[in-house]
Design a protein around this ligand. Sequence first.
Ligand SMILES: *[C@@H]1O[C@H](CO)[C@@H](O)[C@H](O)[C@H]1NC(C)=O
Ligand SMILES: *[C@@H]1O[C@H](CO)[C@@H](O)[C@H](O)[C@H]1NC(C)=O
Ligand SMILES: *[C@@H]1O[C@H](CO)[C@@H](O)[C@H](O)[C@H]1NC(C)=O
Ligand SMILES: *[C@@H]1O[C@H](CO)[C@@H](O)[C@H](O)[C@H]1NC(C)=O
Ligand SMILES: *[C@@H]1O[C@H](CO)[C@@H](O)[C@H](O)[C@H]1NC(C)=O
Length: 278
Amino acid sequence: MKHSKKEKSPMASLRLAFVLLISLVSPTSSCTQQEKICLLRFLAGLSQDGGLAASWRDGEDCCEWEGVTCGTDRAVAGVSLASKSLEGNISESLGSLDGLKLLDLSHNSLSGCLPRGLVSSPSIVVLDVSFNRLSGALHELPSSTPPRPLQVLNISSNSFTGMFPSTIWESMENLIALNGSNNSFTGQIPTHFCNGSPSFAVLDLSYNKLRGSIPRGLGDCSVLRVLNAGYNNLSGTLPDELFRATSLEHLSFRNNELHGVLDGAHIINLGNLVTHQL
Ligand SMILES: *[C@@H]1O[C@H](CO)[C@@H](O)[C@H](O)[C@H]1NC(C)=O
Ligand SMILES: *[C@@H]1O[C@H](CO)[C@@H](O)[C@H](O)[C@H]1NC(C)=O
Ligand SMILES: *[C@@H]1O[C@H](CO)[C@@H](O)[C@H](O)[C@H]1NC(C)=O
Ligand SMILES: *[C@@H]1O[C@H](CO)[C@@H](O)[C@H](O)[C@H]1NC(C)=O
Ligand SMILES: *[C@@H]1O[C@H](CO)[C@@H](O)[C@H](O)[C@H]1NC(C)=O
């Protein structure tokens, strides 16, 4: 008797622990209704959903939906829908997914504007909407915007227009890579990339309509590896300060209106340079 009681007790506590675990986990064992609503709003904004509706069904856990991934807390952490033949608009509702870290909508035919709430999201780390038909301007953010976690922003190969934003980058202190190439941005290259973003490594603004001079501030980008601003209408000379960015590996300003001779003694400062087209 004594013996069996001794055996039962760990079993009972195991069972209790199991029941406790289930009751703790079950409320969050699938994504929330709120998350479903956000995702279904995005789906509703598409005029061509590439077959997504077949798996994006309200009755099922959205963590199991095509292209949706959830974190260990079962919150929606990623929406990866590259090359799914999507058409239509990107709903602002995606910006309300509190745990969303990765949003990849590249290589589709999405149109309309890029909702402001995505670029300024308090959770998104990687935002890739490259190779779509997005248009309109990228808006500045209020100066009171707290620091954002965004590390990678790829808005390249779209039809964005308007002045390339300059103040927005001040709240992007985690920014590592920005690809805005192959759009129709106007205005100047912002000066303030690196004061606020110490990890900034990749800047591609080629194939736009940028003008003005190359900002001296780029010289403060101590870990900048790639700087491509070819095929714009930049003018003036290469500022001496640029040669302080000694991590540069790839530098291109080809097809601009730059003038002045490039001093070989300067280029020698850039000991990591692999390619340059000036
Ligand atoms: C996309 O947005 C535009 C306005 O920006 C609107 O006219 C159009 O109806 C929207 N399309 C869809 C599929 O919601
Ligand atoms: C967009 O740019 C980022 C950063 O350069 C890169 O990691 C990503 O592969 C690019 N996306 C596509 C579809 O090329
Ligand atoms: C930026 O995106 C374009 C495609 O839109 C790509 O060709 C280019 O390599 C990218 N630049 C960098 C530095 O990754
Ligand atoms: C520029 O964007 C257009 C439209 O998205 C695309 O067809 C083209 O390949 C892109 N060019 C480069 C150099 O990436
Ligand atoms: C480029 O800029 C120069 C002067 O800054 C101007 O004269 C020229 O028209 C511009 N070219 C284009 C294609 O905008």
